[in-house]
Design a binder for this molecule. Structure first.
Ligand code: TPP
Ligand code: MG
Length: 899
């Protein structure tokens, strides 16, 4: 029989008959021993070849079995008896705190997630997770970094329960779970901003945790390769839900993690086969799907599925019938087995029509008790030895990140009302009867008399009990408590004045865009002696757009493998220089990845005790609206750094059209309480803002904020900084140029503008004076958002009876005439301050979709160019009777506005 064409036919086969013999041997096995046997032999050979270092394609699937056989498991290093009791206390207290909160305050909470994951955490806490003092190379300098734990948000009650056992939290605090308003309560999920000494990483927005974890592991390497911190003893652990893996961000950076050989990273995916509404893959198998996905990406995959009870049964699976059946039963069916009696399991699992006789025989040999144990509870994720074996396999693996796919039962130990039930994610309390059953199962010394009606007590063995002593000893041996957040970083010295002076001088005759001004400033700051190396430029494949390629040869692009090729532009001054100690993180086209980079760098002051100064510069339109949730997580994680929306504005991106035309990011940014937003007009404003940002974020009383600046690509002559405007820049408003050349009794108004629109306002000022005899004062408003925030604070103070006047009201006080505001953003951006402006308020803006055209045409289209501003100004004045009504039409005709 002729063979179908093979890819290999293209290259000579040195021994075709040998090749044919191999093929025939395989055919013979299929004939004589069956396809299963042949497949098994092939898997053996593939594994063998891999171990021998042969370059063969990786297998994408393996059977639905544990990766590490029981016989190959390492000895368990802990006192299992004690650890069981400790886990029992944690299980109890986690369920108790949620139930009590629900009964007493009607609050929510999650019980089933931790119930399935208890051993995944406990084994880690007892034997793996390293605290901040672990092997610290320089304890005097604030200790090491320890491991970084991304805890599954809905498992947080278990982490709190453990902290209670350790004495890190009190009973009163457990009772204030989700009751934070009065102080000293516990946030629902991991929130560093809410509980900064415990949580390092906010996780509950599904998908952001796995993405951040990858970039965190990557940033740990970056710090090490750049000689900033020895992070070789840190491991990133990310605990994830199998349902969570459906979020696009969860898998977005898998390839990066494998490509960069991040063996300092472990994913633990709790495959309880359920998400919130029901099964994760009702008709398929989530573990197998994830295995293929991770293997294809190049990860080391450890499946940890079955508990020990399965071993003797699998040992009798000589024909592979059981293994096959386990591999074909869809997840939702398996979930059902976990809730049914032995007769159902016999009939549907072992005895389905057409079932393999060997499988039937195997089923018949198992008694009912054994069957229920196997199908109801025996999962690897509930057995510390199995979890330990999987974790060891992960930490010992070199050259690739590891994912542990561990199978559990959602709601394990909580009884038939919870375990494997579709609704269990949302169940917030157990009945007293269920608690009694839990107590008996866990063998906890909680007497009936301790129950207070429906309210169950917490359980604690006492601070000197063997359990607590053991926990403390283990944590001490592993370098202190976990999770833990600690800020040991010292303030950074202020940079020298020179780079800022350069901007304050103005650009003379030269036209430069504010994007370029920012990049030049940062280039100078990166040369600062003490702080220069702490800058971390992050850019998603737009460095050339922003004129940053001049940084390539000087700072270098970070690449853990250095540059293994001869770059095409080697002979050029600005060549594409990659280096192991490169400073720039150029991630390719991933705003999400870049923001994850930024977040790791922006929090290094806490995570690693090393303040870094990241600036993340992106295409304005693809920042806030695309990744606003990550900006929220950044704020939650108390990140500090500069976020720069370049090519900003709805009309400034000549010809790029509506997908690129950003007229609203400032509005989105205004919703993030940690974002200090600016829309500077001039280079000197950029300088003043960055200087103040450095002081506020890295100086002695550093604040947990990050700075957001929008910069433009429109070249302009940059004026020198006028005297005494610094405070106004930072507060958000100052008078830039008073009206001139008009009579004292001329009609007058105030033009407020931000960003590139200040130039239109200045042009309008000239036209109003020259063509219409109207006097306009021009104000620059670098931050509508900060003005509003100040006003909101003043309002609140006034409502408390204090006498505070908002800065914006004071600054404009007495300025004659109405106010007309204009910017390259939608009107709602400047309108933020309208309630606190005493004068008549009108605004112009770029509401609606953008379009592709020249700047001039686009500005005319939105009615924000200088002539449009003039007409609007005349209309406002006409309404007040200060100019003749006809002038409005005259202006339209004169400038061709309605043409
Ligand atoms: C982005 C996002 N979408 C939706 C939710 C709401 N949510 C919280 S937990 C959950 C189900 C989680 O299932 P899984 O990841 O499997 O975790 P498990 O509790 O089963 O371990 C959902 C939908 C969320 N927290 N974040
Ligand atoms: Mg799940």
């Amino acid at each position: 029989m002729s063979q179908p064409a093979s890819q290999l036919d293209q290259i000579p086969d040195r021994d075709p008959s040998e090749t044919a013999e191999w093929r025939e041997s395989l055919d013979a096995v299929v004939r004589q021993a069956g396809p299963q046997r042949a497949a098994r032999l092939l898997q053996h050979l593939a594994e063998h070849a891999c171990r021998a270092g042969l370059d063969v394609p990786p297998q994408l699937w393996t059977p639905y079995l544990n990766t590490v056989p029981t016989a190959a498991e390492p000895a368990y290093p802990g006192d299992l008896d004690l650890e069981r009791r400790i886990t029992a206390y944690n299980r109890w207290n986690a369920a108790a705190m949620v139930s009590r909160g629900n009964q007493r305050a009607g609050l929510g909470g999650h019980i089933a997630t931790y119930a399935s994951a208890a051993w995944l955490y406990e084994t880690g806490f007892q034997h793996f997770f390293r605290g901040k003092d672990w092997g610290s190379p320089r304890p005097e300098a604030g200790g090491g970094s320890g491991d970084q734990l991304f805890v599954q948000g809905h498992a947080s009650p278990g982490v709190y329960a453990r902290a209670f056992l350790e004495g890190r939290l009190t009973e009163g605090q457990l009772d204030r779970f989700r009751q934070e308003a009065a102080g000293d309560g516990l946030p629902s999920y991991p929130h560093p901003r809410r509980l900064p000494w415990l949580w390092e990483f906010p996780t509950v927005s599904m998908g952001l945790g796995p993405l951040s974890a990858i970039y965190q592991a990557r940033f740990n390497r970056y710090l090490e390769h750049r000689g900033i911190k020895d992070t070789s003893r840190s491991r990133v652990w990310a605990f994830l839900g199998d349902g969570e893996m459906d979020e696009p961000e969860s898998t977005a950076a898998l390839a990066l993690a494998a490509r960069e050989r991040l063996d300092n990273l472990t994913f633990v995916i709790n495959c309880n086969l359920q998400r919130l509404d029901g099964p994760v893959r009702p008709n398929f198998k989530i573990v197998q799907e994830l295995e293929a996905q991770f293997r294809a990406a190049g990860w080391h995959v450890v499946k940890s599925l079955w508990g020990e009870a399965w071993d003797p049964v699998l040992a009798r699976d000589t024909e592979g019938a059981l293994t096959r059946r386990l591999g074909e039963v869809p997840d939702a069916q398996f979930q059902t087995y976990a809730t049914r009696d032995a007769a159902y399991i016999r009939e549907h699992f072992f005895g389905a029509p057409g079932a393999d006789p060997a499988l039937r025989a195997l089923g018949a040999s198992l008694d009912d008790a054994r069957l229920l144990e196997l199908f109801h509870t025996s999962r690897a994720g509930h057995e510390p030895r199995k979890v330990y074996a999987a974790y060891r396999a992960a930490v010992e693996h070199r050259g690739a990140p590891t994912v542990i796919l561990t199978q559990t039962v959602k709601g394990h130990t909580l009884g038939p009302g919870f375990a494997s039930r579709n609704a269990n994610h949302q169940m917030k309390k157990l009945t007293v009867k269920e608690f009694r059953a839990l107590r008996d199962l866990l063998e906890l010394p909680v007497p009936d008399s301790a129950f207070d009606g429906d309210l169950v007590p917490y359980a604690h063995p006492g601070p000197d009990s063997p359990e607590v002593r053991y926990v403390r000893e283990r944590r001490a041996a592993l370098g202190g408590p976990a999770p833990a957040r600690r800020v040991a970083a010292k303030p950074l010295p202020a940079p020298s004045a020179k780079p800022f002076e350069a901007l304050a001088k103005g650009s003379g005759q030269q036209e430069i865009a504010t994007t370029m001004a920012f990049v030049r400033l940062v280039k100078d700051l990166m040369r600062e002696k003490e702080t220069g190396r702490r800058w971390v430029p992050v850019v998603p494949d737009e460095a050339r757009t922003f004129g940053m390629e001049s940084l390539f040869p000087s700072a270098g692009l970070y690449s853990p493998t250095g540059q293994t090729y001869d770059p095409v532009d080697r002979d050029q001054l600005l060549y594409y220089k990659e280096a192991k100690d490169g400073q720039i993180l150029n991630e390719g086209i991933t705003e999400a990845g870049s923001l994850a980079d930024f977040t790791a760098a922006a929090t290094a002051y806490a995570t690693h005790g090393e303040p870094m100064i990241p600036f993340y510069i992106f295409y304005s339109m693809f920042g806030w609206q695309r990744t606003a949730d990550q900006f929220w997580a950044l704020a939650d994680q108390l990140g500090r750094g500069f976020v720069v929306g370049a090519t900003a504005g709805r009309t400034t991106m000549t010809g790029e059209g509506l997908q690129h035309a950003d007229g609203h990011s400032h509005l989105i940014a205004s919703t993030n309480p940690a974002a200090v937003s600016y829309d500077p007009a001039f280079a000197y404003e950029v300088g003043a803002i960055v200087r103040e940002g450095l002081r506020r974020m890295y100086g002695p009383d550093s604040e947990n904020v990050f700075y957001y600046l929008t910069v433009y690509n429109e070249p302009k002559v940059q004026p020198p900084m006028p005297q005494g405007v610094e405070e106004g820049i930072l507060k958000g408003l100052y008078r830039y140029r008073q009206a001139a050349g008009t009579p004292a009794d001329a009609p007058r108004l105030q033009l407020l503008a931000s960003g590139t629109a200040v130039h239109w306002a200045l042009e309008a000022q000239r036209l109003l004076a020259e063509d219409w005899g109207v006097a306009a004062d021009v104000w620059s408003a670098p931050s509508w958002t900060e003005l509003r925030r100040d006003a909101l604070e003043c309002d609140a103070a006034r409502l408390r009876g204090e006498d505070r006047v908002p800065y914006v009201t004071r600054a404009l006080h007495g300025a004659p005439g109405p106010v007309l505001a204009v910017s390259d953003w939608m009107r709602a951006v400047p309108d933020q301050i309208a309630p606190w402006v005493e004068q008549d308020w009108t605004s112009l803006g770029t509401d609606g979709f953008g379009l592709s055209d020249t700047r001039e045409a686009a500005r005319r289209h939105f009615g924000v160019d200088a002539p449009s501003v003039v007409r609007a100004a005349l209309a406002v004045l006409a309404r007040r009777g200060e100019v003749k009504p006809e002038t409005v039409q005259e202006a339209a005709a004169r400038y061709g506005l309605d043409a």
